[in-house]
Ligand binder design. Structure first.
Ligand code: SF4
Length: 187
């Protein structure tokens, strides 16, 4: 006698995209399917320079488990990642390096500034520290805190998932996007 399958009512399944469904088939549009796949398989590149990086390590570990969001595949080659996570104090000397890493990432790419230092320079209002990474590259989501807790980093990742899910496939070819890149001197 097979045992009945028991589902945990607290587990939320990813919704299927809107479309037309019948017996044995489903039709939807390509954009929705691609967004769904992208959203649930974001590969982060951690650019960690100081204490916020430790919070990210906790976010990766079993208790917070970033794998629940399909993002456990962390990469250190910009060419294979689509989410740049900048964590820590970025000195002005590091600015061009950060920009180079960003430009080596393939489109579509997204950026999170994790913590006060990456977002605004934090407590280091000094001649040597970049007062926010958005001075050198465009940022999609800012995570506040010094340091932000792992829950806040996960929340930032979920905000990125929302953006990825809603982003149209043609956005990266739009004039507004080209203007944004040009404003950072990126072609
Ligand atoms: S925001 Fe705070 S915890 Fe994060 S790198 Fe800066 S000083 Fe460290």
């Amino acid at each position: 006698m097979p045992r009945p399958v028991q589902y945990n009512s607290k587990v939320k399944f990813e919704g299927i995209p809107e479309g037309y469904m019948g017996e044995g088939f489903m039709a939807t549009n390509l954009e929705k399917v691609i967004s769904l796949a992208r959203k649930n398989s974001i590969w982060p590149l951690p650019f960690a320079t100081s204490c916020c990086g430790i919070e990210f390590m906790a976010t990766m570990a079993s208790h917070y488990d970033i794998a629940r969001f399909g993002s456990e595949r962390v990469g250190f080659s910009p060419r294979q990642c689509d989410l740049l996570m900048v964590m820590g104090t970025i000195a002005k000397k590091m600015g061009p390096v950060l920009k180079q890493v960003y430009t080596q990432m393939a489109e579509p790419r997204w950026v999170i500034a994790v913590g006060a230092c990456a977002s605004s320079g934090g407590i280091f209002d000094s001649y040597s520290v970049l007062q926010g990474i958005d001075q050198v590259i465009p940022v999609d989501v800012y995570v506040p805190g010094c340091a932000p807790r792992p829950e806040a980093i996960l929340d930032g990742l979920m905000r990125i998932q929302d953006l990825v899910n809603k982003e149209g496939l043609r956005r990266r070819h739009s004039e507004q996007y080209k203007e944004l890149m040009n404003s950072y001197g990126i072609n």
